[in-house]
Design a protein around this ligand. Structure first.
Ligand SMILES: Cc1cc2nc3c(=O)[nH]c(=O)nc-3n(C[C@H](O)[C@H](O)[C@H](O)COP(=O)(O)O)c2cc1C
Length: 384
């Protein structure tokens, strides 16, 4: 079983993840992890903090000579701004707890609900962990998963398909990643992306923020991942949970998703085909590559709707946590639009879920064993 945990506060010394269950013998390219981290920090609409820090991963355990040992893999991303925060965030009794106290809960954040739930006087104790900064280390975890998937010919890509009310033309395929990341908003539709940049600029001028829609495409996924036999083994359910766990994600759809609800069955369902030598297939892919919680051999297509960033330069009304006076919400350094970054996070988390169901199905303590189980399965499919 593949699993991971993350730890770390937004302005703490470092973010950490431990991955357990990776097979031994997996050659990892650390620069590929750093590349995905860089992409998460980019995209038009990000705030100042992103230029302040260049995230880079350090591996503390589980890797020797670039090859996994089958032991827990520890990933660490240091906070490059730590010297400015070490007194406030110090873990020992020396911490300056009266500095940078947050008492103005921001609508749309965990500040208020978290403060009440965890009985905190300083809402910083909530926002430090609720911050989307944690997604940096989740991207590092996903970058490892992507490298594992590449041995099985599976490729995953996150794309921006809408920002505010600007919609891109939607094609459900992976494009050249160099082309995608040269685009300022990581959108495959160049024309629409110009309008998206404009929309972000306008929101920024007004002290406002914008959300959007991201789409993740996974190509080369074999039939038979996930299962219909139990609710928590359904792959659509696992993907929905993973994508919904991205901060600001408010809706997830698979394939035709919400539009499916407006169609007749005859318009929606993908008719089955059979071709000698190629086996079973479908005429269309409205199901987004998953039927009954199981991959059906078609491209996996998932989308997530991201709400606009809640921290606003023109802050919304709130109530002071201590005095109960009506005030305006706190303004932390904030992005205007983090949808491109969220597409990278979505790609990473989708890769993670796919890697974990691959390991569930094909197992193995060494990558060679996993690959040989996979080959056997492909041979069996050819007999069908
Ligand atoms: C990559 C990324 C960057 C984000 N940056 C910010 C930000 O700068 N300021 C902000 O207020 N929210 C930001 N958010 C969104 C908040 O983290 C999120 O809205 C908040 O934690 C509340 O969670 P919820 O929206 O899922 O309810 C970002 C989200 C993502 C995915």
């Amino acid at each position: 079983m593949l699993r991971f945990l993350t730890a770390g506060e937004s302005h703490g010394k470092a973010l950490v993840a431990i991955i357990e269950g990776l097979p031994a013998g997996l050659k990892l390219d650390i620069e590929k992890i750093n590349l995905l981290l860089k992409r998460r920090q980019g995209g038009y609409g990000r705030g100042k903090r992103m230029s302040l820090e260049e995230d880079r991963v350090e591996i503390f355990s589980g890797l020797r000579g670039s090859v996994t040992l089958g032991t827990p893999l520890t990933l660490v991303i240091y906070n490059r701004d730590w010297q400015n925060w070490q007194e406030v965030m110090a873990p020992d009794a020396e911490a300056l707890l009266t500095e940078r106290v947050v008492t103005r809960p921001r609508p749309g954040h965990a500040d208020l609900a978290g403060g009440l739930k965890y009985r905190q006087d300083d809402l910083r104790n909530i926002l430090e962990r609720a911050s989307a900064r944690e997604t940096a280390v989740r991207v590092a975890v996903g970058a490892v998963a992507e490298q594992l998937l590449s041995f099985f010919g599976i490729e995953v890509q996150g794309q921006v398909v809408a920002i505010g009310d600007v919609q891109a033309k939607r094609e459900e395929k992976i494009i050249d990643s160099k082309l995608l990341y040269e685009n300022p908003v990581y959108c495959p539709d160049q024309e629409a992306s110009l309008l998206m940049v404009k929309a972000i600029e306008e929101a920024k001028k007004r002290g406002d923020s914008l959300g959007g829609v991201i789409q993740v495409i996974a190509e080369g996924v074999p039939v038979g991942l996930g299962s219909h036999v139990h609710w928590d083994r359904r792959l659509d359910g696992q993907l929905a949970q993973a994508l919904m766990s991205i901060p600001s994600s408010k809706g997830v759809e698979i394939g035709s998703g919400f539009a499916a609800a407006t169609l007749f069955g005859s318009q929606l369902h993908d008719e089955i085909t059979y071709q000698q030598g190629e086996g079973f297939g479908h005429r269309t892919n409205h199901a987004g590559g998953i039927e009954g919680g199981i991959t059906n051999g078609e491209t996996v297509v998932v989308r997530a709707a991201m709400k606009p960033i809640p921290t606003l330069a023109q802050p919304l009304a709130s109530v002071d946590w201590q005095t109960k006076e009506a005030i305006t919400a706190a303004v932390e350094r904030a992005d205007v639009c983090a949808v491109p970054a969220a597409a990278v996070v979505a790609e990473a988390i989708t890769a993670w879920v796919l890697a974990s169901v691959m390991m569930e199905k094909f197992g193995g303590d060494h990558l060679e064993e996993t690959l040989s189980n996979f080959e056997n399965y492909l041979q069996y499919l050819q007999t069908k």
